[in-house]
Design a protein around this ligand. Structure first.
Ligand SMILES: Cc1ncc(COP(=O)(O)O)c(C=O)c1O
Length: 372
């Protein structure tokens, strides 16, 4: 049986007729940039994610750049981030002319290590930090991060590109964040029909600033208080996303079912480590995350999966510090846990609507490869 790593059509085909009807209206009303559907999406994001203010934008990378700019990040600042994340997190800091400070991950929850973070703060006194909620859950130290940053005056941005619908102690993970972001890249848990993103803010003043930054720094028609960007959303994308966001609970429950199924089925497999959310976190099933033992060549495992028709991912195969543009970044400590994880990271197929037969085909292929 062939199993794709991801199959977005399982979800999108069930929305097709409603979305096409909406798109027809958007077309007739020329809601191409902004419009009522974008406003409705922003409202839905606030209630779904438990955030105070929400501003739709063009993609998750813009959301990071603009969110950091709204927090005052600029040339000469130091900004901490995990050494393992998607490159956009690094890129956003670099685009603003700030110096990235790379911090190791916690080997158990795979998020930025809080103990390394506090030690790095003592050494480098960074101005800001980006906490990335990776893989469908968040740091077990989420509350300590917020408290520490508030006490030290470190402005904290939470990159929520991978945590849509995640709950911590029963509350949406971004509730209580100062500035948060998300990505609506189509392959995300709640994805768009083209690139998209959103920025979340704790209060109205910051919301106003972010809206202005997303719209050329504009204060009034042809008046500009600051240099901003063009990062806006239009009605076609908002119409699509409104249908998606309305189905968040159903999407997350289905993906969580698959993530939990893998953990049960693969428990005890030789040469395999299985990861999952910390206690108190309800994951969104963004990824099924594993590493293979140091003695196993992960590339030979992926070759064999491919030969068996099983899709796979390697999120992430390399750390930030190994990328050539990161040569000038501050690297705190040995960064050993992030390097070790990336060398052996492996993901199995996981998407909305994946069947039990597909899960079993994927899991049994991996067991066969690892255990012979
Ligand atoms: C953790 C993280 N941050 C930022 C981004 C950037 O989002 P986008 O691709 O929408 O620019 C992504 C994903 O694509 C991501 O996974």
């Amino acid at each position: 049986m062939n199993v794709p790593f991801i199959d977005l059509a399982r979800l999108t085909k069930s929305m097709k007729s409603e979305v096409l009807a909406d798109w027809s209206e958007v077309f007739d009303k020329i809601e191409f940039v902004g419009g009522p559907r974008v406003g409705a999406l922003e409202k839905a994001l606030c209630s779904t994610l438990g955030v105070n203010k929400s501003i739709a934008c063009a993609n998750g990378t813009d959301a990071l750049i603009i969110g950091l700019q709204a927090l005052g990040v600029r040339h000469g600042h130091r900004v901490a981030l995990p050494n393992m994340t998607f490159w956009a997190t690094y890129e956003a800091i670099a685009q603003l002319g700030a110096t990235p400070v790379l911090i190791d991950i916690d080997p158990d929850d795979l998020q930025m290590s809080f103990s390394e973070f506090t030690k790095a703060y003592d050494a480098y006194k960074f101005n800001s930090a980006v906490l990335v909620h990776l893989f469908g859950w968040a740091s077990k130290n989420l509350h300590e991060y917020r408290k520490f940053c508030a006490e030290k005056g470190v402005s904290l941005l939470e990159d929520g590109a991978q945590c849509f619908g995640v709950k911590v102690d029963g509350k949406p993970v971004l509730q209580g964040s100062t500035v948060g972001t998300t990505s609506f890249y189509p392959a995300k848990v709640v994805g768009g029909c083209v690139d998209g993103g959103a920025i979340f803010a704790d209060d109205e003043a910051r919301e106003k600033l972010i809206r202005s930054l997303c719209n050329h720094g504009r204060s009034a028609h042809y008046s500009y208080d600051r240099v901003g960007w063009n990062s806006r959303m239009g009605g076609l994308q908002a119409a699509f996303l409104n249908h998606m966001v309305a189905r968040t609970d159903e999407i997350v429950a289905d993906r969580r079912r698959a993530a939990e199924w893998y953990r049960k089925r693969l428990a005890g497999t030789r040469n395999l480590r299985i990861y999952g959310p910390p206690a108190g976190h309800d994951e969104n099933g963004y990824l099924a995350v594993f590493t293979v033992a140091d003695s196993v060549d992960v590339n030979s495992v992926t070759e064999k999966l491919k030969a068996k028709g099983i899709g796979f991912g390697r999120t992430y195969p390399e750390t930030m510090d190994s990328q050539p543009p990161a040569s000038y970044a501050i690297k705190f400590g040995s960064l050993e846990h992030s390097k070790r994880f990336c060398k052996s990271a492996l993901n199995l197929p996981l998407f909305f609507g994946i069947t039990e037969q597909e899960l079993e085909a994927s899991a049994s292929a991996l067991v066969e490869i690892l255990q012979g």
